[in-house]
Design a protein around this ligand. Structure first.
Ligand code: ADP
Length: 719
C-alpha cells in the first residue's frame, strides 16, 4: 500500500470511529452482507440466531425473521435438537472463554452443497460469548476433488486388472473381479459387460455376458429384453452411434430420449454410463454402469477412467485372441513336426530291415570260399553298410524321440557288468592302438540298479566311441558313482564321466556341441566321419531319464563328458541273469533249434548264422507249424518271431506253455524276436511265456549269447 493509500485508509477508520454506534453497525452489516460467504452468529448457550448476513439468508432460503430462532431448526430445517456435529464445545474452554478458530468442512444434505467453515467464539455487544460461523461455499472444488478420488479408485481397479490380465492369458478368469472392483470404486448399483454378436444380415446384436450388482440391487442378467437383441430393440439405438465413434454415453435417465428412457426405467435405472470396448479396430461390445438410487453426475475424469478400464479389457481380449491363434499355429506346427518325425521313424525302420538283410548276407558270404579280391570287396561293402546302418539308427532314435515315441523302460541291471562288457567290446577296437581304456565304480555305489540299461549303454557307446575316435594315444577313463537324487527321495542319481586324452574341442565350439549335426571339423576337412547326431541323442536320452549332460575340454589335452541319469536301487536276482550284458564269444555247445520266422531273408540270415556257430536249425513259417514240429521232433530251444501269419508268436507260446506242443515242451526255452520294441512289450512278451526277448534287427552275437544263456539257465554249467 502506497503512502497516499495508507493515509486514506487511516482517515476512513477514523471516520468509522467518529460515527454513532448505529451508524457503525450499519456500515459493518453492509460489509458483512457484501461478503461471498455465509456469516451468522448464535448464542452458545441457547443456540438462538443473533445475526445472519444476506448471503446466509439467500443460501438457506430465509429472511431476518429467523433472528431469535434456534439455529438447528433454521439451518437444518426443523431439526429437533442441536446438531450432533455442533462445534460449540470446540470453540470455548472449560471456563467458557474463546479458544480460537475451529475450521472444518461440511456438506449440507438439503441443498447438497459443500462448505468450508470457520467457527470462533467472540464477545457479543452485550458481553455474552457467542459463536460466529463463516461458511465459504467450496462445492466446485469439493466435487472436483471427489471426482479425482473416484477417478483414482477406478484407475486403481484398472491397474489391478491390467496386472492380472497381463499375468494370465484368460481374461474370463479376472472379469468378475474387475466388475466388482469397478462397481465399488464408482459406487454404482450395477456393472456389466455386453458382447456384440452379428445377425446373418451383419447387424450387431448385444449379448449380456456378465454382471455385478451391489447388495440388494436386482440382477438383469436373465432379462430377455436386453440380450441377443439389436441395439434398437433394446432401446439403445443412440448408443450404437456413440460407440461406433468410440464415445461413451452418460447421463440421468430422465434426460434420455423417450424410447431409451422407457427401457432403462424398466430396469430401475436412474442414471447410467456406458463405454465401448474395442479390440484394436473392432468394436467388441460395451461396459455399463447403472445407478438405481439417485441421479448422479458423471464427470469427464470418471468417464476417462472407465474408458481406460474398457481399454484394458479390450487389450486383454486382443492378447487372448493372439495367444489362441499362436497356440493353434504352434499346435499345428508341432503336429506337422511330429508327423514328419513319425514318418522319418517309420522310414528308417523300413530301410533298416532290408539293410540288415544285406549285411547278414554279406556276413554269410565271408564264410564261403572267396578270392582275396572278392573278400576285400565284401568287407568294403560291409563297412559301408555298417556305417549306413549307424546313421539310420541315429536318425531313427532322434525321430523317435522327437515323435515322442522313445520310451524309457527300466529293468534290473548290474553296473559293473555293463561297464566291463562295453569295455571288452571297445578293447577289441583298441588293440594295436596306444590307448588304454579303464573303468571304475566308486565305493558305495549300489551293485544292482533299476533303470533303462539299454539306453545308458547306448549313451556310453556314443561317448566312449567318440573318445576312441578322437584320441590317438593316452587313456580313456570311465568313472561312475551314485548319489541321492535331490528331487526324488526314492531315486538315485547315477553319475558317469568319460574322460579322454584326445584332440579336445575348441572353447568356441563347446556351446553348440550338443546341437544336432554339429561337428568341430568343417565339411571339407572331415577326417573322422560321423553325422554330428551322437551327442544330441545322448543329451535327449539323458533328459528322458531326468538327467543332465555337460562337457569340458581343452584342445590337445582331452575331453571329459559327464552325465547323470535318475535310476532306482535294483534288486539282485536269485540267479545271475542279466543275460544280454556279456562279451561276444563263440559257442562251446551245439543245440537243436527251431526257428520260426516268416521273412525269408531274415530266416535265411539267422539260420545260416546259427548253423555257422555249430547249431542245428529247423525253420518254419508260423506258430502252427511250431506246435506241429515240436510234437514230432526234439528241440533244445525255440527262436520265434512275434508277427507271423496264421498263428502269431504270442498265441504259439501260450499254446506251448499249455502243453499243446506236448508235455515235454511245456518248459522249453522260447526266445522272442520282435520289430516294435515299445514300452510294455517286454513285459507282455515275458508274461505270455517267452523266456527272453530280442529286438529286431537282431544282432547275431546277441542271439548266440541269448541262446547260450537260455541253456545255462536250465542246465548246470559245465565244470
Ligand atoms: P559325430 O561324432 O557323429 O560327429 P557327435 O554328436 O557324437 O557326432 O559329436 C559331435 C562333434 O563333437 C564331433 O564331430 C567332434 O567334432 C566333437 N567331439 C565329440 N566328442 C569328442 C571328443 N571326445 N573329443 C574331441 N571331439 C569330440
Amino acid at each position: 500500500m502506497g503512502r497516499t493509500a495508507l493515509m486514506q485508509h487511516a482517515n476512513r477508520l477514523t471516520a468509522l470511529e467518529a460515527c454513532s454506534p448505529e451508524e457503525s453497525f450499519r456500515q459493518l452489516f453492509t460489509v458483512l452482507d457484501s461478503l461471498d460467504a455465509v456469516v451468522y452468529v448464535t448464542d452458545i448457550l441457547t443456540h438462538e440466531i443473533l445475526f445472519i448476513n444476506r448471503k446466509g439468508m439467500r443460501d438457506v432460503g430465509v429472511d431476518n425473521t429467523v433472528l431469535g430462532r434456534k439455529c438447528w431448526k433454521v439451518m437444518q430445517q426443523d431439526q429437533d435438537g442441536p446438531c450432533p456435529f455442533c462445534t460449540n464445545d470446540k470453540i470455548v474452554d472449560a471456563q467458557g472463554d474463546p479458544t480460537g478458530v475451529y475450521t472444518w468442512e461440511f456438506q449440507n444434505t438439503h441443498n447438497g452443497r459443500w462448505y468450508f467453515l470457520q467457527d470462533r467464539a467472540i464477545r457479543w455487544t452485550d458481553g455474552r460469548v457467542v459463536r460466529m460461523e463463516i461458511a465459504t461455499d467450496i462445492t466446485e472444488r469439493k466435487l472436483a476433488e471427489i471426482a479425482q478420488l473416484k477417478r483414482d479408485a477406478i484407475l486403481k481397479a484398472v491397474s489391478w486388472a491390467s496386472e492380472r490380465f497381463l499375468a494370465e492369458g484368460d481374461w474370463r478368469n479376472h472379469l468378475p473381479d474387475l466388475l466388482r472392483l469397478l462397481g465399488q470404486a464408482t459406487n454404482v448399483s450395477r456393472v456389466y459387460v455386453f458382447r456384440n454378436s452379428y445377425a446373418p444380415d451383419g447387424s450387431e446384436r448385444m449379448n449380456h455376458l456378465l454382471e455385478w450388482t451391489a447388495p440388494g440391487v436386482p440382477s438383469e442378467i436373465e432379462n430377455p429384453g436386453i440380450t441377443n437383441v439389436s441395439y434398437e430393440e433394446a432401446g439403445a439405438g443412440r448408443w450404437r452411434t456413440f460407440f461406433l465413434n468410440r464415445q461413451p454415453v452418460a447421463g440421468n435417465v430422465a434426460e434420455a430420449p423417450p424410447e431409451e428412457r422407457k427401457a432403462l426405467e424398466a430396469q430401475g435405472i436412474i442414471s447410467i454410463a456406458a463405454v465401448p470396448i474395442y479390440t484394436e479396430e473392432t468394436w467388441w461390445g460395451f461396459m455399463g454402469f447403472d445407478e438405481c438410487r439417485s441421479e448422479r453426475r458423471w464427470t469427464p475424469a470418471e468417464l476417462d477412467a472407465l474408458q481406460a478400464a474398457a481399454g484394458i479389457l479390450g487389450a486383454a481380449l486382443k492378447r487372448h485372441s493372439i495367444e489362441k491363434d499362436l497356440r493353434r499355429l504352434t499346435s499345428r506346427a508341432e503336429e506337422s513336426s511330429r508327423a514328419k518325425s513319425e514318418f522319418l521313424a517309420n522310414m528308417s525302420h523300413e530301410i533298416r530291415t532290408p539293410l540288415n538283410g544285406v549285411l547278414s548276407m554279406l556276413q554269410l558270404l565271408t564264410c564261403t570260399p572267396l578270392t582275396e579280391e572278392q573278400l576285400e570287396y565284401i568287407q568294403n561293402a560291409e563297412t559301408a553298410g555298417k556305417s549306413l546302418l549307424e546313421i539310420i539308427n541315429d536318425i531313427l532314435d532322434l525321430s523317435k524321440i522327437e515323435a515322442g515315441r522313445m520310451e524309457i523302460e527300466p529293468y534290473n541291471f548290474q553296473l559293473s557288468r555293463m561297464l566291463s562288457s562295453i569295455a571288452n567290446i571297445f578293447n577289441q577296437q583298441l588293440q594295436g592302438k596306444h590307448i588304454t581304456l579303464n573303468w571304475g565304480i566308486e565305493f558305495g555305489t549300489p551293485e544292482w540298479l533299476l533303470g533303462d540299461a539299454g539306453r545308458i549303454r547306448q549313451i556310453l557307446f556314443n561317448l566312449i566311441g567318440n573318445a576312441v575316435k578322437f584320441t590317438k594315444k593316452g587313456s580313456i577313463e570311465v568313472e561312475a558313482f551314485a548319489q541321492p537324487c535331490p528331487e526324488d527321495d526314492e531315486s538315485i542319481q547315477l553319475n558317469i564321466t568319460v574322460t579322454d586324452t584326445g584332440i579336445g574341442i575348441p572353447k568356441n565350439k563347446l556351446d553348440a556341441i550338443f546341437e544336432p549335426f554339429t561337428q568341430v571339423e568343417g565339411v571339407r576337412t572331415r577326417r573322422f566321419g560321423g553325422t554330428g547326431l551322437g551327442l544330441n541323442i545322448v543329451k535327449r536320452l539323458v533328459e528322458l531319464m531326468h538327467g543332465t549332460v555337460s562337457i569340458s575340454s581343452t584342445v590337445y589335452k582331452g575331453t571329459s563328458v559327464r552325465f547323470d541319469v535318475r535310476v532306482k536301487q535294483g534288486i539282485a536276482p536269485a540267479q545271475a541273469g542279466e543275460a544280454c550284458i556279456m562279451p561276444a564269444f563263440r559257442v562251446s555247445k551245439q543245440y537243436t533249434i527251431l526257428l520260426a520266422e516268416d521273412n525269408p531273408i531274415n530266416r535265411l540270415a539267422a539260420s545260416r548264422f546259427l548253423e555257422k556257430a555249430g547249431h542245428t536249425i529247423t525253420c518254419v513259417n508260423d506258430g502252427k507249424m511250431v506246435l506241429e514240429e515240436l510234437k514230432t521232433n526234439d528241440y533244445d530251444c525255440v527262436v520265434m518271431d512275434i508277427q507271423m501269419p496264421t498263428m502269431d508268436g504270442m498265441e504259439a507260446v501260450i499254446a506251448i506253455r499249455q502243453g499243446q506242443a506236448g508235455e515235454i515242451n511245456r518248459e522249453i526255452p522260447v526266445v522272442a524276436l520282435t520289430a516294435h520294441a515299445m514300452r510294455g512289450d517286454r513285459e507282455a512278451i515275458l508274461r505270455a511265456g517267452f523266456t527272453d526277448y530280442l529286438a529286431k534287427p537282431v544282432d547275431m552275437d546277441a542271439l548266440l549269447i541269448t541262446i547260450a544263456n537260455q541253456m545255462r539257465c536250465i542246465q548246470p554249467p559245465e565244470q
